[in-house]
Design a binder for this molecule. Structure first.
Ligand SMILES: [Zn+2]
Length: 85
C-alpha cells in the first residue's frame, strides 16, 4: 500500500518503526480467522518473516519496519483466540 511506503500504518496512522522479527522457516499454514484479522486489524505487525522452506542455521532474525500498535493488536487477538494462528 502506498501509505506504508511512506512509513505510516494505514490502520493506526502512526509511524512504522525499525525493528526485527524472527524468520519462520518451513511450510506454515495460517488459520483463516487469523489471516482475516491480520488484514483488517494489524496489517503491519510484521511479528515474523517467512523464510520459505529452507532451514538456515544462520541468524534467524530479519530487519523489518513494523507498527507498534499493530503488534499490540496482534498480541491481543492471539490472546483472545488461543491456538488459532
Ligand atoms: Zn498499525
Amino acid at each position: 500500500m502506498l501509505r506504508e511506503l511512506f512509513g505510516t500504518c494505514s490502520v493506526h496512522r502512526v509511524a512504522l518503526v525499525e525493528g526485527e522479527a524472527p524468520i519462520a522457516y518451513g511450510l506454515i499454514r495460517f488459520d483463516r480467522a487469523y489471516l482475516k484479522a491480520r488484514k483488517r486489524l494489524f496489517p503491519n505487525s510484521r511479528s515474523f518473516v517467512l523464510g520459505g522452506c529452507v532451514v538456515s542455521l544462520e541468524d534467524r532474525k530479519a530487519a523489518v519496519r513494523y507498527c507498534p500498535r499493530c503488534r499490540e493488536a496482534e498480541r491481543a487477538w492471539n490472546e483472545a483466540n488461543p491456538g488459532r494462528k
